[in-house]
Design a protein around this ligand. Structure first.
Ligand code: FES
Length: 120
């Protein structure tokens, strides 16, 4: 995994008082200790994660862009639920986060297609 391979691009403002509490979550099986009250995207970025998902077609790496719920570049799997916008979800102790790789499986049964006869 590329986390911690170099200094994270996203860091807390130096003037902020560091929190003594921390939340432990995992990303692709690696435990991360992060401050409480921040988004999953912020937690992953400040932990050095730069690849959140791969696109379904070209499998290009993606990471958060807008950090406000608009671009959908931050999609991850959280606690078994795919397509979660990590910039909008607050970290919770014990959260299991995984990167999204390629296309998602459909979570529901696709109804059978009805064939309609068209009258001339
Ligand atoms: S970073 Fe744009 S929707 Fe999450």
């Amino acid at each position: 995994m590329e986390a911690h391979s170099r200094a994270p691009l996203f860091q807390a403002v130096a003037s902020e008082t560091p929190s003594r509490r921390s939340v432990t979550l995992s990303f692709n099986g690696e435990a991360l200790n992060v401050p409480p009250g921040i988004s999953v995207a912020a937690a992953l970025l400040m932990s050095g994660v730069e690849r959140f998902r791969a696109t379904p077609v070209s499998e290009s790496p993606r990471a958060p862009y807008c950090m406000m719920g608009v671009c959908f570049e931050c999609l991850v799997n959280i606690d078994g639920v795919p397509n979660r916008q990590s910039c909008l979800i607050e970290v919770v102790d014990g959260m299991q986060v995984h990167s999204q790789e390629g296309a998602r499986d459909l979570q529901f049964d696709v109804p059978l297609v009805q064939v309609l006869e068209v009258q001339p």
